[in-house]
Design a protein around this ligand. Structure first.
Ligand SMILES: [Zn+2]
Ligand SMILES: [Zn+2]
Length: 246
């Protein structure tokens, strides 16, 4: 199993968990063509698309994804506030609970609520025998939950409080919007420290804000406190997500 980063950050997010036979698309906040290219135009390989919330950088291509015949999984609040709305005729629209379990191909998924300025946002805990348990957590101020038995972690580290204070100190509205909807590097590290990381192979930092973060420092800091392999998601990057990497 590999993780393919199609897009990460406020310009657009889309990630693919992929093995030889199947793929799970997480978010569709990039152009549909980039999604198609990522699977070499073998769309039928995609078992489904998970969407955390309706913001364009996560759900921009929702209509095109549905139109391509891909089953799409999102909460009622996310569907109704997205470009697609909630068409009761579309059998491809799979309404999921904000907290619950469902199956997508061979992926077992658990959704759980996150804290963001939208209707009904959620994060995902994804299990597949190849990659074990993978956590996907983004666009949330913090997490109300801790998890055990994780093998891979994909998590938002949006901004550095020091940098943001320096840059946006006089732009209170902008600064507060980020504070009240995204995860800081410090909160991300606190979360990681609160979880059992003994089985974790990879920590992938996503959704870094271009101007309020510093990639290398972020990876270094997280690696220093966790002792784990830490990557900063970059468009086009692939990472070995096998439960047993060797
Ligand atoms: Zn976002
Ligand atoms: Zn958002």
């Amino acid at each position: 199993m590999i993780l393919k980063v199609i897009g990460s950050g406020s310009k657009g997010n889309a990630y693919l968990l992929e093995n030889e036979q199947e793929a799970l698309l997480i978010e569709c906040g990039v152009n549909i063509m980039d999604i198609k290219k990522a699977v070499n135009f073998n769309i039928s390989k995609i078992s489904g698309c998970l969407i955390t919330h309706e913001h364009g950088d996560h759900a921009k291509s929702i209509c095109e994804v549905l139109g391509s015949g891909i089953n799409t999984y999102a909460t009622f609040g996310t569907f109704t506030n997205s470009k697609a709305g909630l068409s009761l005729n579309s059998s491809r629209q799979k309404v999921i609970p904000q907290k619950g379990e469902f199956q997508v191909g061979n992926f077992k998924v658990m959704s759980f609520p996150t804290i963001h300025d939208v209707a009904e946002p959620c994060g995902f805990l994804i299990y597949h025998k190849d990659c074990g348990v993978t956590l996907f957590l983004t666009d949330t101020v913090y997490s109300n939950f801790t998890f055990s038995g994780l093998n891979n972690i994909i998590i938002e580290a949006n901004y550095d409080e020091e940098i943001i204070n320096e840059k946006l100190g006089d732009k209170k509205f902008l600064r507060d919007r980020i504070y009240n909807s995204h995860m800081s590097l410090d909160t991300c590290m606190e979360f990681l420290e609160a979880n059992d990381l003994s089985q974790v192979n990879n920590i992938v930092l996503i959704h870094l804000s271009d101007s309020n973060s510093h990639e290398l420092n972020f990876a270094k800091k997280v690696s220093a406190i966790t002792g784990k392999t830490v990557s900063v998601a970059d468009n086009g990057m692939t990472i070995n997500f096998n439960k047993t990497p060797f």
